[in-house]
Design a protein around this ligand. Structure first.
Ligand code: GLA
Length: 361
């Protein structure tokens, strides 16, 4: 294993970090120009960076024990290096001179659980570049560049939520985001609550193809309704005239936006929990992005002491569920839910938040 000391031959010039995100409400709304309420994860990604002093870029990830090297004008092979290269090339496209760099990436974010480890990597890389090179792109601009890196270099057709959350959210507040205007503000979590996040242990294999299918369905629904995006549907009942499954897809997006707008005004913890439960039902029945394991995990969470509401978080088809819980009861509720979930068919979930003691550095 290469340490930062051996990789840089001493200390790096700069260090930066960025968190992942857990979305509490507003799923599959960002690419419909809608609203969402993510929080930052306690886990994050650290990027250490120096000028390389030669004609090559050099990246190293201790998590993968993998080195990536390519020439000043070359390309990184597909993999974690693509996200970093995307950030570098897009900063260059802003007219900023970027010399060849040495970059060491370390993360304690679980990869593949739907907590946006990729957004954390992009934002941490951009923050480190900003610290090293002294350019003045603000946090919203960084999120936009990070998203373009994901789309153009990692070929993932995402919305803006994950990068906005990684760049602007914190752990104790939700970040209200308007995906059209990128207006954003911090909204406190309901009083006396805490979050639980449990990975279902199911890989998100179908996520990419179904994600693109859902995006296309939403575009088609907007066309039929004569609006630029589903965010612009003024009368929620108008979606009922659409043919199936566009009707159900549009219904989810329209209702989900209303849930976010209600929650962002500040509601009781109990009401917030109800909105989360309603969001899950809508994702399961209308948007059809849940799977039996995520449904079972949400049921197990809802049955645990102190839990006010639970839903799948992220794109769906695997990954994690999030629950809102009364303060002080998260640890116990998560353990109870996990024990119930893991009892069936060899399922292997794991608690991500509250961060298990053995994972705290
Ligand atoms: C993924 C995408 C986001 C968003 C969610 C669903 O996480 O990266 O942009 O669309 O799915 O809400």
């Amino acid at each position: 294993m290469v340490t930062p000391d051996t990789f840089f031959g001493g200390a790096p010039e700069v260090n930066a970090s960025a968190p992942g995100r857990v979305n509490l409400l507003g799923e599959h709304t960002d690419y419909n120009d809608g609203f969402m309420l993510p929080v930052a994860t306690p886990q994050g990604t650290l990027v250490a960076m120096s000028r390389s002093g030669d004609d090559h870029f050099h990246f190293y990830s201790p998590n993968l024990d993998q080195t990536v090297t390519f020439a000043r004008d070359g390309n990184a092979p597909q993999g974690y290096g693509s996200y970093i290269e995307g950030c570098i090339r897009l900063v260059q496209a802003e007219g900023i001179e970027v010399p060849p760099l040495r970059i060491y990436v370390d993360t304690n974010l679980p990869v593949g659980s739907g907590l946006s480890s990729s957004a954390a990597l992009e934002v941490a890389t951009l923050r480190a570049m900003r610290a090293l090179l002294g350019f003045e792109l603000d946090d919203v601009r960084l999120a936009q560049i990070a998203r373009r890196a994901e789309i153009e270099y990692a070929h993932v057709n995402c919305g803006i939520m994950d990068q906005m959350a990684s760049s602007l959210a914190d752990e104790s507040n939700m970040l209200f985001i308007d995906a059209r205007t990128l207006e954003h503000r911090l909204v406190p979590l309901p009083a006396d609550t805490e979050l639980i996040v449990i990975d279902s242990g199911v890989a998100r294999t179908l996520a990419a193809s179904k994600y693109n299918e859902r995006r296309a369905e939403c575009e088609e629904a907007s066309r039929k309704l004569g609006v630029d995006a589903l965010r612009d549907v003024a009368d929620p009942d108008s979606v009922e005239s659409l043919p199936s499954p566009l009707r159900e897809r549009a219904r989810h997006v329209v209702q989900e936006n209303l849930r976010v707008l209600e929650a962002a005004q500040g509601v009781s913890a109990e009401r917030f929990g109800e909105l989360m439960n309603a969001s899950h039902v809508s994702l399961r029945d209308d948007y059809e992005v849940s799977i039996p394991e995520l449904d079972a995990l949400c049921d197990a969470l809802r049955a645990a002491p102190g839990v006010l509401g639970a839903r799948l978080t992220g794109a769906g088809f695997g990954g994690a569920c999030v629950a809102l819980c009364r303060k002080g009861q998260g640890q116990e509720a998560a353990a109870t839910a996990l024990a119930a979930y893991n009892n069936v068919n060899g399922r292997q979930g794991r608690i991500l938040v509250p961060v298990p003691t053995e994972q705290k550095g």
